[in-house]
Design a protein around this ligand. Structure first.
Ligand SMILES: C[S@@+](CC[C@H](N)C(=O)[O-])C[C@H]1O[C@@H](n2cnc3c(N)ncnc32)[C@H](O)[C@@H]1O
Length: 216
């Protein structure tokens, strides 16, 4: 089941644009640098207002910043300094559809809090598509909601670990479940629940799921 979330995300991004954390690189983006060779081709999936895309581009990587929300991309575009405009391409696309890239186009697919909105079949398809667009040896790195999140189990249950909460569906992962989704397609480098974000730390949430895997 797919949900049209464009209004929900437009409203969220209007709120996010006032948040202090929206203009600084996320903690996970800095952690991921150790997996990023020089001059990499990076795909930032669900890039929101583009703080991590800009961070990677400032370090000389070529970035495709993809989001479904035109409001997010509009904010991203406003914040794009002219000297980075050659190195960041903004694309409006839905990651539940086939990704609009050739096989092997990227060295890193990065996703910060954007892969936890989908039913299990769609999540599996997205991971399969990520594998397709990564080069051999390329890395997938994402951070997502944990089953230890206080919202877990609230709202209407749609599937195991997947709930419709307030106005959108949300999936929650454990280390075991992230492995069972991602290790189908990637050789695991890291899977733990030690992820932190500025956004969630404000709400006392310090244990997000981090996954890093390589396409072999
Ligand atoms: C929690 S925000 C994270 C944004 C950004 N990565 C950050 O950390 O600030 C989730 C993002 O995923 C995007 N998103 C949600 N569903 C999507 C989809 N089906 N395709 C592409 N992007 C999507 C939303 O528009 C939103 O920008």
């Amino acid at each position: 089941m797919r949900y049209d979330q464009s209004d929900v995300w437009a409203k969220k991004h209007a709120l996010y644009s006032k948040a202090y954390w929206v203009n600084k690189p996320n903690i996970f983006a800095e952690e991921v640098l150790e997996y990023l060779p020089q001059k990499s081709r990076v795909l930032d999936l669900g890039s929101g207002q583009g703080q991590d895309s800009r961070f990677f581009a400032e370090l000389n990587h070529d970035v495709v910043s993809l989001d479904v929300s035109d409001k997010a991309l509009e904010e991203s575009r406003k914040k794009l300094p002219p000297d980075l405009s050659e190195r960041i391409k903004l694309i409006e696309a839905d990651i539940t559809e086939p990704l609009p890239f050739d096989d092997g186009s990227f060295d890193l697919v990065y996703s910060h809090l954007s892969l936890h909105y989908f039913d299990s079949e769609t999540t599996d398809n997205i991971l399969k598509e990520i594998q397709r667009v990564l080069s051999t040896g390329g890395v997938l790195a994402f951070i997502c909601n944990s089953i230890t999140d206080p919202e877990y189990g609230t709202g209407k249950k749609l599937e195991d670990d997947y709930f419709f909460i307030e106005n959108k569906p949300k999936r929650f992962f454990s280390v075991e479940s992230v492995r069972s989704f991602a290790n189908m397609y990637f050789y695991e480098i890291l899977a733990d629940n030690n992820g932190e974000t500025y956004k969630d730390s404000q709400h006392g949430i310090h244990n997000l799921i981090r996954y890093v895997g390589k396409k072999s």
